[in-house]
Design a protein around this ligand. Sequence first.
Ligand SMILES: [Zn+2]
Length: 83
Amino acid sequence: MSDPPVYWCICKKYCKGSRKQLKAYSTWWRHYRDADEDEKRSIQLQKRSDAFRAFIQSIAPSVVQNGPSDDLGQDLVSLFSYV
Ligand SMILES: [Zn+2]
């Protein structure tokens, strides 16, 4: 049997900056929505789910084309090894 989906968050407001496991997407979204812009990127990187992989795949072509010209691109390149 497969495990229920799990969402990871690392926001400061609710998770106190430590990596936490959230059971519901709605909970994760509330954390994400209330996070600062730079936190949102970290949270995106922590959350590994089908939606997250879809997000990576949706922007991957532009990263490949333009190269990792910014921090987000570099983070994504390092992610490709385990997404
Ligand atoms: Zn959180």
